[in-house]
Design a protein around this ligand. Structure first.
Ligand code: NDP
Length: 407
């Protein structure tokens, strides 16, 4: 039994649907609001959440006449109250208010809070059996088994919003799950695709932030340059679709037009293509099981001309190899992989370590964690959050020696 529906159902949407956007002020939130804005007669906004951007959140709440808004930072309650003065929009602040937003009766919830803070709110939506479009990676990377089993238990429907997983979701609909032989997720290869290992080692922050195709936040752009982001996506795919690491391949595809492919038993390969614009996978989730009118540019393959593919290089991009290692180790190792990477990326941004040291810190933390006998199944959100917390502490402890070591 899967919480991700592998076939389209006949049920079409009629009437106005209640929508909640967790992380409404972020990049995914912005793309989601853009789609809602295009068809206001179809949607009623139940709740919106943000963290620090109170002005942006209040503006959206007024524009969409949201019933409830929550800001995660409790210190911003007064600011939110002032920004909503004169409206009848209910509001709250702090983690409990964000969870309340997720718990309110919306038919469809976008889970797009960044980081581990997104886990408990997404679980609140899952536990009431909602349809959840999942953008937040940490729900799966930090607590995948547990998250998906809670979705099965409540009858929640998980719609993959990340572009590669949404592509797999779309391609999977053309066969049956038992006929699948492998999935392939594509990677642009990032700005260092053609660089030597020695040059990657010394890459600067400005160089790491130059993504060739996608416009995204700083952390995910650096993860694309190190291919840690692809590692996180391999882990996500494993939990979402119950795939073993051997059933997931990565293919470097610099044009970012083919987002994912599924190979079936007859060796047919079904791919999903589209412009690199998150509004395409989000529109698919928003419309599902119907299709809605898109807002992203249509694909002009004649103009693009060439689509090319190459195998990933696990030597120059060890972060990708480590994701497979963590997935095979299981029992919280993927949580450790993610936590150590977050510490490493923050240290790289603060210019405390070289680019090449990001993967070394992740590898040393994973090895240290396993050697210490810390691997154990995660059975609650608090378990996952505790592993995340302790792995960050271990990575921070290892950081000075990694920083001191030359490659
Ligand atoms: P952003 O940083 O742009 O937005 C994050 C959102 O979460 C904002 O609304 C932010 O509020 C809110 N937020 C931040 N911290 C907290 C907190 N502690 N508690 C509650 N809310 C918080 O991120 P993205 O939109 O880029 O990404 C969201 C998620 O989707 C991530 O997990 C990312 O990996 C994933 N994703 C993103 C893709 C992309 O193209 N951007 C593609 C695929 C997946 P505020 O604005 O007030 O700070």
């Amino acid at each position: 039994m899967s919480a991700v529906p592998l076939k389209n159902t006949d049920a079409a949407h009629d009437g106005v649907r209640g929508i909640t956007v967790l992380g409404a002020t972020g990049s995914i939130g912005d793309s989601t609001m853009d789609l809602l804005r295009a068809a206001p007669e179809k949607y009623r906004v139940e709740a919106l959440t943000g963290n620090a951007n109170v002005a942006g959140l209040a503006k959206l709440a007024k524009e969409f006449n949201a019933r409830f808004v929550a800001v995660a930072d409790p210190a911003r309650l007064g600011e939110l109250r002032a920004a909503l003065a004169g409206t009848d929009i209910a509001y709250g602040a702090g983690e409990s208010a964000v969870i309340e937003a997720a718990s309110r009766p919306a038919d469809w919830v976008m889970a797009a809070i960044s980081g581990a803070a997104g886990l408990k709110p997404a679980l609140a939506a899952v536990d009431r059996g909602a349809t959840v479009a999942l953008a937040n990676k940490e729900c799966l990377v930090c607590a995948g088994d547990f998250f998906m089993s809670r979705a099965v238990a409540s009858g929640a429907c998980i719609l993959p919003a990340d572009s590669e997983h949404n592509a797999l979701f779309q391609a999977l609909a053309s066969g049956n799950r038992h006929e699948l032989t492998r999935v392939i997720i594509t990677a642009s290869g990032g700005p260092f695709r053609t660089w030597s290992a020695a040059d990657i080692e010394q890459a600067t922050l400005a160089q790491a932030l130059k993504h060739p195709n996608w416009s995204m936040g700083q952390k995910i752009t650096i993860d694309s340059a190190s291919m840690m982001n692809k590692g996180l996506e391999v882990i996500e795919a494993s939990y979402l679709f119950a795939l073993s690491p051997d059933e997931i391949d990565v293919l470097v595809h610099p044009q970012s037009i083919v987002h994912g492919m599924v190979e079936f038993a007859d060796h047919s390969v079904v791919a999903q293509l589209g412009a690199p614009d998150m509004r395409i996978p989000i529109a698919h989730c928003l419309g599902w099981p119907d299709r809605i009118v898109g807002r992203a540019a249509r694909l002009d393959l004649a103009k693009i001309g060439q689509l090319t593919f190459e195998a990933p290089d696990f030597e120059r991009f060890p972060g990708l190899r480590l994701a497979y290692d963590a997935l095979r180790a299981g029992n919280g190792a993927t949580t450790v992989y993610n936590a150590a990477n977050e510490i490493a990326v923050a240290a790289f941004i603060a210019q405390k370590i070289r680019f090449g040291a990001i993967a070394r810190l992740v590898e040393d933390t994973l090895n240290g964690w396993i050697r210490a006998g810390n691997l154990a199944p995660l059975s609650s959100a608090d378990d996952a959050i505790a592993v995340d917390h302790n792995a960050r502490k271990m990575a921070a402890t290892l950081l000075p020696q990694i920083a001191a070591k030359a490659s």
